[in-house]
Ligand binder design. Structure first.
Ligand code: SF4
Length: 575
């Protein structure tokens, strides 16, 4: 069968599984709003939310008591997450999340033996025993056998419908996290099978980081798509959608026989030594240097959330994400990819912040605003304090002025600041100095006290095992946290991985942290012998069990962590 394609470019933007399904994807909303304002035709699809909700309704063969109970209660849990009942009782919340994760973990795709099984599915990730998201070879294998991915298998009818019944000319996959990479590859492969004429575009934070590794994109990655975009994406997509493709008669795969959603669709059979079916094999890679990213201008960004199912997200009310800038204004921390990738900091002018937020709040009436910036600029904090957005909000900030002023913290609380995420990393001043955090511990202690007094919750991030740290320094971090435990609402504890682009990668003995050619991090021989096994042992035996620290760690909402943390905080009293 052939149909005549419309000459007008029409883009379908997709948010691939699997990430926390608690708020609509900001990147897609911003791309859609900005491109539509520029006259482009754009559709958006939160495939992540759709896949997870479908998998939570999928049948299970498990017969154990816990899984049967989880199956019985799952609709109740989903409703109670959305209406907020679960947040009144942390233990009930914990049990409900445990049940939902149990259901996903016991689906046949997890319990069946390989090749039908081998998947580990949760509310935040979908990994496989044999396929690595950091291997472009494995990504290509999934692109060739896309229905092997359980989330993509449940999405197949919807993708087919979108691609075959609408006049889509371009498919954009926004890949920001490693947990999305396998599904994104499978979606690209499935789209290619359904519509060989489609222009496939890969972009997002993870693709940007992969492309930042060298002047040429990895060949295996380039083979998945027609275009690889770096940076925020608006300018690149505007350029790609500028010229209408020539009218063409395009063959559609099996368009006359839509599949029944209740019948499993056959997978293409592997026919070659490496398991890639010839018919679905991607064209031989012809990598070319990525074009320089066109400049994105935050003043042109516009958010359009109208096409997302806003009442379906797993949060007690609508949480709207919003970026006040692209990149980090500080960009000096020694270990941070923001420092190596050298993306220019491009903020929304402070004078426009209030107006943009007011428009968003008036249109969607969110319960909570989530600022996505790496760190909210001090000038923007001042602006938010002076002109509150009218609903509670949270986001990352640095331990720095103006937060060292107790009056300012009180003002910020009155302006709706419910929680700040703060990167402390270490409680040892020498380590902080070596990491170029630009932070004095005495200042951090004062800020924790002021925020606590003002009623603003804190989510504090720690990083153990950096090249600058040794065991004694780690103990000083433990002691700092214990001394200020009353003023810390939540903790995130991570073990350091060395970014490939860090200067230390050239001088320390290293090996890849994960298998595959796309890994961004390295394991390294610690210059002071403070290696991962020792760090892990310290965390388990000394840090996590500390009587002042253990209660903070127990408070952390499982799976949703910082995304649901603000809902467990008591609102500050009105003064
Ligand atoms: S402030 Fe945060 S995002 Fe910015 S460089 Fe430091 S760690 Fe990275």
């Amino acid at each position: 069968m052939t149909i005549a394609m419309s000459p007008a470019p029409r883009l379908l933007l997709v948010h691939p599984p699997v990430v926390r399904p608690c708020e609509p994807p900001a990147g897609l909303a911003r791309l859609a709003g900005t491109l539509r304002a520029a006259g482009r035709q754009v559709e958006v699809w939160d495939a992540n939310l759709e896949a997870l909700l479908a998998l939570l309704q999928a049948p299970s063969l498990a017969t154990d008591t816990w899984t049967r109970r989880a199956g019985r209660d799952r609709d109740h849990h989903l409703a109670a997450l959305r209406d907020g009942r679960l947040f009144a009782h942390p233990d009930t919340y914990r049990r409900a999340i445990g049940d939902l994760e149990r259901w996903l973990a016991r689906l046949p795709c997890a319990t069946a033996p390989f090749p039908d099984g081998g998947w580990h599915l949760s509310l935040t990730d979908c990994t496989h025993d044999q396929w690595e998201p950091t291997s472009s070879h494995d990504l290509q294998r999934l692109a060739a056998d896309p229905l092997a991915h359980p989330a993509v298998a449940v999405l197949q009818p919807a993708l087919r419908n979108r691609l075959l019944e609408r006049e889509i000319t371009h498919l954009g996959l926004s890949v920001n996290y490693l947990s999305q990479a396998l599904a994104a590859a499978a979606l690209a492969g499935l789209a290619r099978q359904l519509r060989p004429d489609l222009r496939i575009i890969l972009g997002g934070g993870l693709i940007t980081s992969w492309l930042a590794r060298g002047t040429r994109p990895p060949a295996g990655l380039a083979a998945l798509a027609d275009h690889l975009l770096t940076g925020p994406g608006e300018a690149g997509l505007l350029a790609l959608l500028a010229a209408p493709p020539a009218p063409a008669s395009v063959p559609l795969a099996s368009a006359s026989q839509p599949p029944r959603p209740d019948v499993a669709q056959p997978r293409p059979a592997p026919t070659s030594a490496d398991g890639l079916p010839q018919a679905a094999r991607p064209a031989p890679p012809e990598p070319s240097p990525p074009a320089p990213a066109p400049v994105d201008d935050p003043t042109t960004w516009a958010y359009d959330f109208s096409d997302f199912p806003l009442d379906q997200y797993l949060s007690p009310g609508l949480v709207l994400p919003f970026s006040l800038a692209h990149g980090c204004f500080y960009a000096r921390c020694a270990f941070c990819p923001e420092t190596f990738e050298r993306q220019r900091y491009r903020p929304l002018p402070t004078a426009l912040v209030g107006e943009r937020l007011a428009a968003l709040v008036n249109r969607y009436r969110p319960r909570l605003l989530h600022f996505l910036d790496d760190a909210i600029h001090p000038a923007v904090l001042q602006e938010l304090a002076a002109h509150p957005p009218g609903v509670p909000w949270y986001g990352f900030a640095r331990f720095a002025p103006p937060l060292d002023d107790p009056d300012f913290c009180r003002l910020l609380a009155r302006a709706g600041c419910r929680m700040l995420q703060l990167g402390l990393e270490s409680g040892d001043q020498a380590v902080l100095d070596e990491l170029r955090k630009g932070l004095r511990l005495a200042t951090a202690a004062r800020i924790l006290a002021h925020l606590h007094a003002a009623g603003i919750g804190t989510y504090v991030y720690l990083l153990f095992g950096t090249p600058a740290e040794d065991e004694e320094a780690a103990r000083r971090t433990r002691d700092f946290v214990a001394a200020h435990a009353e003023r810390i609402s939540f903790l995130n504890v991570a073990i350091f991985n060395l970014p490939r682009q860090a200067p230390e990668a050239a001088t320390l003995p290293t090996r890849p942290y994960t298998a595959g050619d796309l890994g961004l991090y390295l394991e390294f021989a610690h210059p002071r012998g403070w290696n991962r096994p020792q760090v892990r042992r310290f965390l388990e035996r000394e840090f996590r069990r500390h009587p002042a620290i253990a209660p903070i760690l127990r408070r952390d909402p499982p799976a949703f962590t910082s995304s649901h943390a603000p809902f467990f905080l008591v609102p500050p009293p009105r003064r």
